[in-house]
Design a protein around this ligand. Sequence first.
Ligand code: ZN
Ligand code: ZN
Length: 130
Amino acid sequence: MTVCQRRNTRQRQVVLEELRAENCHPTAAQLYDRVRQRLPRISLGTIYRNLDILEETGQCVRLCGSASAEARFDGRIEPHLHHQCRACGRVRDLETMLPVLDDMIGRNVEDHRVDSFTLIFHGVCAGCRS
Ligand SMILES: [Zn+2]
Ligand SMILES: [Zn+2]
């Protein structure tokens, strides 16, 4: 492994660790702020590139948005539900299971194979309601 490859591997590992550290579904920019505390010289472009690779290799999930700054990333890869607060914008995991959705995994639905889902409910979170 070259020095450059080793650095890339290390950067990707830190990005993944920070993505998994807090269950906050960060945007790339938010993740950049966290990773920069450990790797001060990393660029936002490198964060984007690593998120693309982690997504392609099934180590993280893009929750919403495309390549835009709006996209949220999740280090928890098994299918689960989310809630996004209209007031504070936070995206949280819901532990509630919807058997009808789980039943679709591994099946053909209208002849299309389903192997995962991303689903975000919108509303006002418990903290913002009180
Ligand atoms: Zn809220
Ligand atoms: Zn999640």
